[in-house]
Design a protein around this ligand. Structure first.
Ligand code: FAD
Ligand code: SIN
Length: 561
């Protein structure tokens, strides 16, 4: 009997043939990786996606995924680059574990049918590109639409697997915990028994009991007015885990990508860092005190110039925009030539051309925008959270890999490596006896009457975060933000308790929780490090630690959190 068969036998013996499914909340790379590994061992899995299955950050990823594959590369070199980018807060054990497993992760994706860009002379027959902060070429990619290629391949595998049930337009509302199943038993071991989820088509909230729940809900970029993220990125998993009593770490480290297209019709289109990796140059725009576009500014900010880590490049752009009073800077790739650009960056080329920008003849107007959530739900290297039966994987988590600033293309890698170990952990863990879970209680709520409350608070929160909790922070602005966030949170919670839920309300409720976590973490950090830059604490302390927030115990009686 193989190890995997033995694990499955343990699990079946412990929970019986009619075992509950594992519920995976999220159908991005993290969720699909967990689901496919579980399903491959005969485990029934239900995967929820709150919009269509295709929507999420994974499908939008451009640059690629790290693979320590080249003969000029090594695990140590990747660990060093991850640590340099992470500005002293990377957990070395985590970074080494993930780097060590990167070749296997890329190999697994190839085996799932991901059509990476080939290079007959390259390792595994793959072309490797380069991005900021990497000492060597180590990014496997599918031209500039890597995420789409990965997501389509994994989704096709999941659709073809009889053990996987894919439910789109189902949004998880909250985790089912002891507070719901054993409110009068304070001694019961804390455990997650499933999720309450809103079927967006029928508008009914249903209880989905589960032998284990995996949160793979992505990041929280939508908490900022300007972001590269899709609409799904509202921090739902982080907020759900937090409400269920799990710790959240390093939430102050929100990564701003230096180069989001600046265009009135295109608020969230990323211009991949690989364009700078291949030689794209950042330049000042025309205007007072500026030469015609052609003046590079990055060499004045860092010796690595355009290939410095993202926090440095984003801050430099922010500085130059404020200094020159301009709305954007230019990313000039004209010298790379039309043939090269069309071949290596077909998505960026086509999207810009649609908007009237021929990137082989003109520079691209770019601005920084919120891009990646480096912190999240605290997990171990197998996705275990603080709550029994609850796991988390992907951008929703904090494993220690990213420290104070994520190295480009490490995120997709983390999803694949931890997705696999998380599935292993679930299979190894005997599931508890199925518990009777109560139905969702709507007896005391009415139909929402004032949708404007939601839309107004949504806009206010995102603008507030952009203006007060952005690339450069001050204590006064953070305190102002926290004050406003608490007021908004009270209003939103009140609305949630009194009205039937819908997707906008649920997302706003999660966004405001994450906003509070970001600001509280930022206020706790009395230094500038990586993505957190404070004018009041500009120095980097000689010794520093992750910011870990722990939720205070709450009453077990209330059924709606
Ligand atoms: P996602 O892919 O975002 O998936 C989240 C899933 O959760 C979705 O299916 C969503 O519907 C679902 N969901 C969320 N909340 C709920 C809920 N309450 N109920 C039910 N379902 C829910 N990283 C790299 O390593 N390389 C790159 O080249 C790269 N490029 C990027 C380019 C862009 C434009 C962006 C935005 C990000 C990029 N990143 C890149 C980051 C990377 O894409 C993400 O970090 C990664 O894809 C996250 O995967 P995930 O599975 O954790 O979340
Ligand atoms: C990009 O292509 O620039 C995004 C890469 C990443 O976020 O890792």
């Amino acid at each position: 009997m193989s190890q995997a068969q033995a694990q499955q036998a343990t699990r079946e013996n412990s929970i019986g043939a009619a075992a509950l499914p594992v519920v995976v909340v999220g159908a991005g790379l993290a969720g699909l990786t967990v689901a496919l590994h579980l399903a491959g061992q005969g485990q029934q899995v239900t995967v929820l996606a709150k919009r269509t299955l295709g929507e999420g950050a994974t499908a939008w990823a451009q640059g690629g995924i790290v693979g320590v594959l080249g003969s000029d590369d090594s695990v140590e070199s990747h660990v060093r680059d991850t640590q340099d980018a992470g500005a002293g807060l990377v957990d070395e054990h985590t970074a080494r574990f993930i780097a060590t497993n990167s070749a296997e992760a890329v190999g697994w994706l190839v085996a799932q049918g991901v059509p990476f860009s080939p290079d007959p002379a390259g390792p595994l027959g793959l072309h490797l590109t380069r991005e900021g902060g990497h000492a060597v070429r180590r990014i496997a990619h599918a031209a500039d639409a890597t995420g789409r290629a990965i997501h389509e391949a994994l989704l096709a595998q999941a659709k073809a697997n009889a053990n996987v049930t894919l439910l789109e337009k189902w949004i998880a509302v909250d985790l089912i915990t002891n507070r719901h199943v054993a409110p009068d038993d304070p001694e019961a071991t804390p455990h997650c028994h499933g999720v309450y989820a809103l079927n967006i088509v029928s508008q009914k909230v249903e209880a989905l009991p589960a032998s284990a729940v995996v949160l793979a809900t992505g990041g929280v970029g939508k908490v900022y007015r300007y972001t590269t993220n899709p609409d799904t990125a509202t921090g739902d998993g982080i907020a759900m885990a937090w409400r269920a009593g799990c710790r959240a770490a390093n939430m102050e480290f929100i990564q701003f990508h230096p180069t989001c297209l600046y265009h009135p019709q295109e608020r969230s289109f990323l211009i991949t860092e690989a364009l700078r990796g291949e030689g794209g140059l950042l330049k000042l725009p025309n205007g007072q005190n500026c030469a015609p576009w052609g003046t590079r500014f990055m060499p004045e900010h860092d010796e690595r110039a355009e290939l410095a880590p993202r926090d440095i490049v984003a801050r430099a752009i922010d500085f130059e925009m404020k200094k020159h009073g301009v709305d954007h800077v230019w990313l000039d790739a004209t010298h790379l030539g039309e043939t090269f650009l069309r071949e290596h960056f077909p998505t960026v080329f086509a999207r810009c051309l649609d908007l009237g920008i021929d990137i082989s003849k003109q520079p691209i107007p770019v601005v920084p925008a919120a891009h990646y959530t480096c912190g999240g739900v605290v997990t171990d290297l197998q996705g275990r959270t603080d709550l029994g039966g609850l796991y988390a994987v992907g951008e929703a988590t904090y494993t220690g890999l990213h420290g104070a600033n994520r190295l480009a293309s490490n995120s997709l890698l983390e999803c694949v490596v931890i997705g696999k170990t998380c599935a292993d952990a679930i299979l190894e863990t005997p599931a508890p006896e199925p518990t009777q879970v109560p139905a969702w209680d709507e007896s005391l709520v009415e139909n929402a009457d004032e949708q404007v409350v939601i839309s107004h608070n949504w806009d206010e929160l995102r603008l507030l975060m952009w203006n007060y909790v952005g690339i450069v922070r001050t204590t006064k602005r953070l305190e102002r933000a926290l004050h406003r966030i608490k007021l908004l949170k009270a209003e939103i919670d009140d609305y949630y308790r009194n009205f039937k839920v819908n997707r906008d309300l649920l997302e706003l409720r999660n966004l405001v929780v994450c906003a509070e976590l970001i600001v509280r973490s930022a206020l706790m950090r009395h230094e500038s490090r990586g993505l957190h830059f404070s004018r009041d604490f500009p120095q980097t302390l000689p010794v520093s630690f992750p910011t870990v927030l722990t939720r205070k115990a709450r009453s077990r009686k209330s059924k709606r959190a």
